[in-house]
Write a protein that binds this ligand. Sequence first.
Ligand code: IFM
Length: 457
Amino acid sequence: MSDNLTFPPGFIWGAATAAYQIEGAWDTDGKGESIWDRFAHTPGKIAGGDTGDMACDHYHRWQEDVAHMAALGLSSYRFSIAWTRVFPDGGAQPNQRGLDFYRRLVEALNSRGIAPAVTLYHWDLPQALQDRGGWLNRDTALRFAEYAAFLFRQLGGEVPLWITHNEPFMQAFYGHGTGENAPGHRNPWEILTVGHHLLLSHGLAVEAFRAAAPRPASPAAPAPQIGIVLFIWPQHAASDSPRDLAANSVVDGSMNRLFLAPLFADGYPDDILRHFARRGMRPAVRPGDMAIIGRPLDFLGINTYTRLINRAAPRDLLSGARQLPPHGPTTAMGWEIYPDCIGEALRKAREYTTLPLFIAENGAAFDDVVGPDGTVDDQPRVDYLRAHIAAARRAIAEGIDLRGYYIWTLMDNFEWSKGLGKRFGLIYTDFTTQRRIWKRSAHWYRDVIARNGLPQE
Ligand code: IFM
């Protein structure tokens, strides 16, 4: 690490995906219906009428995809398990064929030296549990802990990094507040209860993990670890006026502190509880819950892509804030390209915990096209990644214990309500033929991994 481009030895270079976004095969081999299957099949919910029915057809093409990961040189691959493949109706009866799919995938990754990082829940709740109230029903947290315990028993030792949830913020606020995500509820009064049950289910799963104490596959391998992945987006006030500062603090409180504080400090932040209580919103906390939620973890994963600039907007029911337009160039999502999001998100996490940190997702959508010569020249993504990885390197130089960086995402996939049109991948997916084409950024990332750092410009 003699220069400011090289990373510490053993730094983890990864790529991330999620089950519903890549697998397809939505009703194959006994898989049950999830809330995303139901939501995407509801007309008008997804741009262009797209669904994840096929997505990248990874369920059938996983061997080819693992070969791409190996060719990239990934040290880790983060993916999620579809609860409904393993327990089709969210109950206690496992589906062997679903479990076998993940067992084969985990074995293939390990055999190629790619450490599996497994997310248990990336938003695809069994529809059968949704029919019984979903995350509004405290019982769903108990069902989640059983599902998690089953996987710890089955695959625990083969998976070095277990992640309970991906971005509980999104499930709570977008699934239940704006309705942009499944299950599509537009009922802000549900948000805090859903968020609380997600966190409770996380804590119960951590307890199940400690009880199972999965042993590493080989004595030389490190013991499997457990953590959670939070969405941490830096928030900036539009001005120094007390109103803008207060509005900014509410957005930061809702997106970031509402999840960091109960996990790592002493409960929900008072200012945010008061803010929501004035709107009649309260989490359904029972005695003992906060101790479960705060069970010690082994690491924290952070997803960060940009920043938001907030100005007071008293008419906004939920936050009392509005976001200003981005202050510079944006990605195809309309998100400002703001590389300091990496350092700011890591420092925010550091206010709450000294655990090892991972950037569990970072990346960009651009309007990539296959050129006449059959290549995909995504130089804007290379520029984005270079700037963000450089920011990660600066954070390490500051003393932040950052252990790894996962690009979102391995290959273009189903970007939730935006459908198949938002391309975030290192690898271009032709959704008609399912052909994969390495973009310029994939070649570039392979080089970064091989040299364990950034090339000179
Ligand atoms: O595609 C999503 C992912 O599922 C969760 N984090 C943000 C990504 C880009 O929007």
